[in-house]
Design a protein around this ligand. Structure first.
Ligand SMILES: Cc1cc2nc3c(=O)[nH]c(=O)nc-3n(C[C@H](O)[C@H](O)[C@H](O)COP(=O)(O)OP(=O)(O)OC[C@H]3O[C@@H](n4cnc5c(N)ncnc54)[C@H](O)[C@@H]3O)c2cc1C
Length: 637
């Protein structure tokens, strides 16, 4: 497997400029001869499809949603980072780069992260030009707030609806191209396989979710922007529909899968309330700008929070991390909350919760200001819990939120398969072992608006436009495989629902490959996953056996892929015998309970190669080197 990252040579600051200068181009009048298949219309996919179409390429864009506006990106609340330094608080491209690299615990590629910081400012300019209604200061300058892992205020936001507003911007740009005939949008269409012709990605097999019809699409390149796989844990903050099928099918066709075990657990979510739940709700990290996290000092203290005096409260993040306090990065804040609850000092039903208290901020700034900043998020909390966050502290607990792992890509965002590019949360690129808040939107839009529209040109120019016949055996073979899988699922006559099987897999992963991992737990999980997969294959009941619109069939297909991915995640977590970022191996921790990295043996990206159903996947390593910064031990104290 070729893991050459194709990073341009020269000083860090000039690498991207150099790639742009030296990359081959496709002439404007030739671009219409190329057809590009963009799968996904969230922030990464919509921005890529719109930009590529604007350049003159013909684009097909696919989404299993009924409208691009319903992509999971719409859920993003808190904001998007950029190094504008409007606040004059010491920010710079360098500082954003360094914070992101350090936040990821030095497990990401230096050159990619630097480019991300460089491009960040252009994203804000582009979105402002589109009319995205970012919050503004009294004087008219865009407002910012702080997010975890940073000592500056660089997060741009539109109340608690930043993802929605950014997506509306990208969607407008996409709609313009749809009406110009440059993009053909395929809503309610799910990609179920990737088609390789002569060693290059040349097409996909997709299912029309309304009619059940399978269709093949051919193009000169395939771009996957299909989001993350956090839903593999069953309960997560992700939109219910988000899934791993597209990237998993590509992996099975030969694309390397990088760092599958790097999953982010977000510290501020509404705690699980019972077994009936199918989803968890995030309370934006931005709340930690004004909210203070605490628990009673006394174990089992049953008093209401307002009856507990200051001297009997433990503001444990402020105590343990005095410099960053409540804005410690997500992995660290989540682990601290878990530790406190494990000690029996958690609050709320089952003791799996800590307080996030806006009391001080309300007293200092007034409820009106707090409502202005976080109104919709607080309203959501009140509706879900029936508790009033302006009067009593909120209860929060960590929940699965984001996947840093994903398909491996080089500097140009190309996977290990020629012709296959991967953007946004679907790739592994920039966040290492832990993503900092407000950097996913930045990455998705950097990938879609600025990076892939430039980098894809070199490969297209090299191969020239070419048509592949949909009657090519590769398309027919792929379609046959997809058809057989669907028929197998439709023939299920067992007793247990998809949801029932899914819950079992999710809770196993949460226990053994969640916030803390151990050799024993992971080894036993590997055995259990196989047993759960066997149960699923033997004892599945689909209430609807029709080929047309069939929600349980869709979900069963996605779950079938999750078993295989879950196994890869546990394998990866087992193999990485160190703790770094969100990957916390209990055997590798400092005396103070912090992650203990092992740079001598694990300063690499782990990339897995599929070798067939009956053979274990092969592990390859892309070594990481840091030329511009020292990979120090992370500290937020
Ligand atoms: C509750 C929540 C709040 C967040 N808040 C923030 C924030 O404030 N700031 C920040 O930076 N990040 C935030 N994030 C993370 C961020 O929202 C996501 O990482 C980002 O939006 C992912 O964008 P994407 O374009 O890569 O994928 P998505 O938005 O997930 O889009 C995926 C697209 O792919 C399509 N798709 C997937 N599979 C297939 C298939 N097989 N066939 C056809 N189509 C397919 C879907 O229909 C969809 O259009 C948040 C995440 C959550 C869960």
């Amino acid at each position: 497997m070729d893991l050459g990252a194709r990073i341009p040579s020269g000083p860090l600051e000039q690498k991207w400029e150099r790639r742009l200068r030296e990359g081959r181009l496709v002439g404007p009048s030739n671009r219409r001869k190329y057809t590009l298949l963009v799968v996904g219309s969230g922030l990464a996919g919509a921005s890529a499809a719109a930009t590529l179409a604007e350049l003159g390429y013909r684009v097909h864009c696919f989404s299993f949603h009924d409208s691009p506006r319903r992509a999971h990106s719409i859920a993003a609340q808190g904001g998007i980072n950029a190094a504008k330094n409007y606040r004059n608080d010491g920010d710079s491209v360098w500082r954003l780069f360094y914070d992101t690299l350090k936040g990821g615990d030095f497990r990401s590629r230096e050159a990619n992260v630097y480019r991300l910081a460089q491009v960040s400012n252009r994203i804000i300019d582009q979105c402002v030009a589109q009319g995205v209604p970012f919050a503004r200061e009294y004087g008219g300058l865009l407002a910012t707030r702080s997010f975890g892992g940073a000592l500056v205020s660089r997060t741009f936001y539109a109340r608690g609806q930043t993802g929605q507003q950014l997506l509306l911007g990208a969607y407008q740009a996409l709609e313009r191209q749809i009406s110009a005939g440059q993009v053909r949008m395929h809503p309610r269409t799910e990609m179920l396989d990737l088609v390789m012709v002569d060693g290059r990605a040349r097409g996909i097999i997709a299912r029309d979710l309304r009619t059940g019809e399978l269709r093949a699409f051919a193009g000169d390149a395939v771009i996957l922007a299909t989001g993350g796989y956090g839903n593999i844990y069953h309960l997560s903050t992700n939109a219910r529909g988000s899934n791993a099928t597209a990237i998993w099918r590509a992996y099975r066709r030969g694309a390397g899968f990088a760092n599958p075990c790097f999953t982010q657990i977000h510290p501020t979510c509404i705690p699980v309330s019972g077994p009936h739940q199918s989803k968890l709700t995030l309370m934006s990290e931005s709340l930690r700008n004004d909210g203070r996290v605490w628990v009673p000092k006394l174990k089992g203290d049953q008093r209401t929070p307002r009856d507990i005096p200051e001297s009997e409260r433990d503001y444990f993040l402020e105590r343990r991390y005095p410099t960053y306090g409540n804005l410690a990065p997500r992995d660290i804040a989540s682990r601290s909350a878990k530790e406190i609850c494990d000690q029996g000092r958690g609050v709320g039903p089952g003791g799996r919760g800590v307080y996030l208290d806006l009391g001080d901020a309300i007293e200092r700034l007034g409820a009106g200001t707090i409502r202005e900043r976080y109104g919709n998020v607080l309203e959501m909390y009140e509706r879900i819990t029936g508790e009033h966050p302006y009067r009593a502290p909120m209860r929060i607990y960590p929940a699965v939120h984001y996947t840093m792992g994903g398909l491996w890509v080089d500097y140009d965002l190309r996977s290990t398969l020629p012709g296959l590019y991967v953007l946004g949360e679907a790739n592994f690129s920039d966040h290492g072992a832990n993503r900092l808040g407000a950097s996913a939107l930045m990455q998705g839009l950097a990938d879609g608006y600025f990076i892939v529209p430039n980098t894809i040109a070199a490969e297209l120019a090299r191969f020239g436009p070419g048509s592949v016949d949909l009657d090519h055996p590769a398309f027919r073979d792929a379609e046959r495989i997809v058809q057989a899988k669907l028929e197998r699922l439709l023939a299920s006559r067992g007793t247990r629902t998809v949801e029932d099987h899914f819950r079992a897999l999710g809770s196993l992963l949460w226990e053994q490959c969640g916030m803390a991992r151990s050799e024993r737990g992971l080894s036993s999980a590997l055995e259990s996953i196989q047993a759960l997969q066997g149960d699923f294959e033997r004892d599945l009941r689909l209430p609807d056996t029709g080929i047309e619109l069939n929600d349980s069939l869709e979900r069963a297909g996605r779950l079938a892929d999750y078993y295989e991915l879950a196994e890869l995640m546990c394998r990866d977590a087992l193999e990485r015998r160190e703790s770094c970022g969100a990957h916390f191996r209990e055997e590798f921790q400092t005396a103070e309970g912090e992650a203990r990295r092992d740079d001598e043996h694990f300063c690499h990206v782990s990339v897995w190669e599929y070798r067939g159903q009956d053979r274990p996947p092969a592990l390859h390593k892309e070594p990481l080197s840091f030329e511009s910064v020292a990979a120090e031990t992370r500290s937020y104290k």
